[in-house]
Design a protein around this ligand. Structure first.
Ligand code: AMP
Length: 569
């Protein structure tokens, strides 16, 4: 398939904001793609060349891109930089300079989807000495054959900012639209989503839908060694009401750590986070524990991992654990400095058998039967089976005293539903409802905060388009100096955000929504100053949600709901 065909589609998608129209455009393209190109097209439509759980990244930042554009078009880097400052979009810059290209290329090859896709994949794979050079060549190679429009989207894809407003939901609905008749649509949309929970790669799912239809989708299974979307919790209105929801409730500590999903196939062990990241390499200590404690040949189990104090075994705040999740080198040192504890609560697969349909009470028994726990290291989550409010309240208080977040109330009769908040688990936490928002911009600080971003623009998700709408400005709660290990400083946050800065104008930067922060606030107000129409009053930073990606940030609907309930008070 010619890449120009995909580019035409990008153009149409960029021009329309209507969801149904977008679905129509995407579905048409999927229908016209042959089986081999279908997974590529599906990923490229999402601005990706790897499924979201892959560890691989293209890894080219703006500055290198400017050099590449300069070399492949013959314009000076100063000129490219100047244009970039004007538009804030290197895609538009490259489009205009390719139109006036100064350097004539020797061969004008017609770009195909395959060529672009494979080149971009190779960029992510080059490592080691000379990697930058090699990356440079791979991008220049495709850019030099690209038309202005093609160049625009290649550059945007490389930078991870496609700007066509196509979120996962649109891809899901477009697959249904492309390959199934209208009357089956509703059932199929659910099936596609289900398949995606189990195998989070719409590229592969599109191919299954096209080639094997409903039956194929029904047959999608989880695979040991590949991540899936886990069961999620809903919020309980209160401990008392939460308890009443289920005939047979069980309470568990809600630990202040990170979900860890452990896959084991004989000697091979993988660790995934709830965001589907592969963190096997970061936790050799956990792998050792799995080897010692898990008495099953093949299984997938889940738990919450906590950082603990090396001397006393006391639980430490989530921020410390997140340092380990992010760390890619000197791992052995980290193992000593920040040891971990795993608290297990789920099993979904054992020796060839899926356990989704078994009730929680049975799953927990099976889990207990295959684990030989080591106290304080690799153990079961603390559990209390009761309907008695007094006992439950005592348990809840002891969880808080043990520095944990609160409790989970679980329905012992419920099955496991991947990917969903279906109300089988209810969380009870004492804090006021916080929001998880993406940082979409910032303002350079002055005075003591000079050289760092001193305040941050918060964005909530538009669930239809995947774009972010501004809803507040954050400065409080971030520290100038670190006094406690869990403190986050302006410097640290600035460093994290810098690679994602898209453009800058008069001290205000636009940032790709990549980093999600948990924010507390006094209330939500209507506001014409922000694109969401709402503003958080007195937002206060709680922590960085390294366990959440931008697609899991809170959306405008949640903000609206909180706004409405506030009014009722
Ligand atoms: P939240 O992120 O607030 O929606 O809460 C859900 C998360 O709580 C899960 O993804 C787990 O990481 C975490 N969690 C902590 N303790 C437990 C537990 N006992 N059972 C289930 N999830 C838990």
């Amino acid at each position: 398939m010619d890449y120009s065909k995909l580019t035409e589609c990008y153009e149409l998608l960029e021009k329309t904001s209507a969801r149904l129209k977008k679905i129509e455009i995407v579905a048409k393209l999927l229908r016209e793609s042959d089986s081999e190109n279908l997974p590529r097209v599906t990923l490229l439509l999402q601005g990706k060349v790897f499924p979201s759980w892959s560890e691989k990244e293209i890894g080219i930042a703006d500055q290198l891109m400017i050099k590449i554009i300069s070399t492949s078009t013959g314009f000076s880097t100063e000129e490219i930089n100047r244009k970039y400052k004007e538009t804030g979009d290197l895609g538009l810059v490259v489009e205009s300079v390719v139109k006036q290209r100064k350097q004539s290329t020797l061969f004008q090859k017609k770009l195909t989807v395959e060529m672009v896709f494979e080149n971009l994949r190779r960029i992510a794979e080059v490592e080691g000495k000379g990697a930058q050079n090699r990356k440079f060549q791979l991008v220049s190679e495709i850019l030099s054959s690209a038309s202005p429009k093609e160049a625009k989207y290649i550059v945007r894809t490389v930078l991870g900012d496609l700007r066509i407003g196509v979120a996962a939901g649109i891809i899901r609905d477009s697959i249904a639209e492309a390959f199934f008749p209208e009357r089956e649509k509703k059932e199929v949309v659910n099936l596609i989503e289900w398949a995606w929970f189990l195998r989070p790669d719409y590229g592969e799912i599109a191919r299954i839908a096209k080639e094997r239809g409903i039956e194929g989708l029904k047959k999608v299974r989880i695979e040991v060694g590949k991540p899936y979307h886990v069961l999620l919790a809903e919020k309980a209105p209160s401990l008392e009401e939460g308890l009443k929801k289920f005939e047979n409730p069980s309470l568990e500590y809600k630990y202040d750590g990170a979900r860890i999903i452990i896959h084991k196939k004989a000697d091979k062990i993988w660790l995934f986070t709830r965001r589907l990241e592969n963190v096997t390499k970061q936790f050799p200590d956990c792998i050792e524990l799995v080897k010692r404690c898990v008495k099953a040949k093949e299984c997938i189990i889940e738990g919450e991992m906590l950082a603990i104090e090396p001397e006393t075994g006391e639980p430490k705040p989530f921020q410390l654990l997140s340092q380990r999740i992010k760390r890619k080198y000197n791992i052995e040192e980290m193992v000593k400095q920040i040891p971990v504890q795993v608290n297990l609560f789920e099993i979904v697969y054992l020796n060839g058998k899926l356990l989704f349909d078994k009730p929680l009470r049975e799953r927990r028994k099976i889990l207990e039967s295959i684990i030989k726990p080591i106290k304080g290291k690799f153990q079961f989550s603390k559990q209390l089976v009761t309907k008695d409010l007094k006992k439950a309240d005592k348990f809840y208080k002891s969880a808080l005293k043990d520095k944990q977040e609160g409790v989970m109330i679980k329905n012992l009769d419920a099955k496991y539903q991947p990917g969903r908040r279906v109300g089988y688990w209810l969380k009870v936490k004492p804090t006021l409802e916080t929001l998880d928002l993406a940082i979409t911009g910032g303002i350079w600080g002055t005075g003591k905060r000079a050289g760092w971003l001193g305040s941050f623009i918060l964005g909530c998700r538009n669930p239809d388009t995947g774009e972010f709408l501004e809803c507040g400005m954050l400065g409080t709660g971030i520290k100038e100096k670190k006094t406690k290990p869990e403190d986050v400083t302006f410097e640290e946050l600035t460093k994290m955000l810098k690679p994602y800065i898209i453009s800058e104008k008069e001290g205000t930067v636009k940032i790709q929504p990549k980093i999600v922060v948990e924010v507390a606030y006094e209330e939500i107000q209507k506001s014409p100053n922000y694109s969401s129409g709402f503003a958080l009053r007195f937002p206060r930073f709680i922590r960085i949600r390294t366990d959440k990606g931008p697609d899991e940030a809170d959306d405008i609907e949640r903000i609206y709901r909180i706004f409405e309930t506030q009014k009722g008070k």
